[in-house]
Design a protein around this ligand. Structure first.
Ligand SMILES: [Zn+2]
Length: 343
């Protein structure tokens, strides 16, 4: 944490970013889908057509039922399998990127649909192995439950997978579920391991990357994040205001956050982090589902769905990015690495 005079600046993850080296074939793991039938499915014939905060909330409860979900844990693997099944149920094409980092197996998951320029919506699904900010010292070595930090971003993306009219977006949408975001400063790990692996393996440059993290707090306030692309932030906050969410989407910057958008920004990609960092239960054992409101999930989900489905020629940010992409002679200025897809 590094506050500067006169400003509210926190650092979520101070990364000493280790080299995320190219994977060798020996390091590529195959995806084994384990049985997750014990978790109640969230589909039924009477489901609403619009993004439902209640259904998103059910995704949080389902993740919580696996227990804490650190990278490499059984619960983490089960959560990944749950995400894959949810995506496949909504007919998204699923790809996984498996990796080993410091001897621990991690796995990024992507659901893809549509055609056109690529937009990535991302969220981490791993949860922090220790609750170092817990008020009770004896609990600081326990893992966090991660209802908000881990669970909420996944929940919003999975409900978007159900309701998004992909054709209307005229885009290829990638829903990216990052592993290994939240083990920084533990056992010599940096933060952002999974998203860095994915960013380094991109073979197409996305038009935009939108990361959603810690968005479920019942007492929701979402400010611009300083590292995020400001034009894109303004565009999305304007949609939120249009939908009546101006009280919670506040168009002013408040924090510098090192989150999963950073590896994409480092590659010159327009990226933002949608995060509500005013969450007192962050990295504590009290980050549980009772702190989450379905309405908070709904506000974020509906804002993103509306932005995605709106014709992009009406939106200044995407219009200008498209002009840039069309004028560029080198659309492949992202280093091309092996993107080993085991599905
Ligand atoms: Zn965290």
């Amino acid at each position: 944490m590094h506050p500067l005079p006169g400003q509210f600046i926190l650092v979520l993850t101070l990364g000493i970013f280790l080299c995320a080296c190219r994977l060798t074939s020996d390091e590529i793991l195959s995806s084994n889908i384990t049985d997750v039938e014990s978790i109640s499915p969230v589909t039924s014939p009477e489901l609403p057509a619009e993004f439902s905060g209640t259904i998103a909330y059910q995704h949080i409860l389902n993740q919580a039922a696996f227990g804490p979900r650190p990278t490499g844990s059984t619960a983490g693997r089960q959560t990944g399998d749950y995400i894959i099944k949810a995506l496949e149920r909504e007919r998204w094409h699923v790809e996984t990127q498996s990796f080993i980092f410091k001897g621990v197996a991690g796995r990024n998951i992507m659901g893809k649909a549509g055609s056109g320029p690529v937009i990535i919506l991302g969220a981490h699904y791993d949860t922090r192995p220790i609750a170092e900010r817990d008020p009770a010292p004896e609990k600081r070595q326990e893992p966090i439950p991660g209802a908000n930090d881990g669970g909420s971003g996944v929940a919003v993306l999975l409900e978007i997978a159900r309701v998004l009219d992909v054709e209307a977006t005229r885009r290829e949408i990638w829903l990216a579920f990052f592993d290994a975001e939240d083990k920084g400063f533990i056992d010599g790990w940096p933060f952002l391991v999974g998203s860095r692996k994915l960013a380094e393996a991109l073979t197409r440059k996305p038009e935009a990357v939108i990361v959603v993290d810690m968005v479920g707090d019942a007492d929701q306030t979402i400010y611009f994040e300083y590292n995020s692309n400001r034009a894109l932030s303004k565009e999305i906050w304007a949609i939120a205001a249009e939908l009546g969410y101006a009280d919670t989407f506040i168009p002013e910057p408040k924090y510098f956050i090192f989150d999963d958008h950073i590896p994409f920004l480092e590659q010159g990609i327009s990226a933002i982090d949608i995060i509500d960092f005013d969450y007192p239960y962050w990295h504590t054992t009290a980050d549980t589902a009772d702190k989450i409101s379905p309405d908070s999930l709904k506000r974020v989900g509906r804002t993103l769905v509306t932005w995605l489905e709106r014709p992009k020629e009406d939106q200044p940010f995407t219009r200008s990015v498209l002009d840039t992409l069309q004028q560029s002679t080198d659309l492949h200025n992202v280093p091309k690495l092996d993107y080993n897809l085991d599905r």
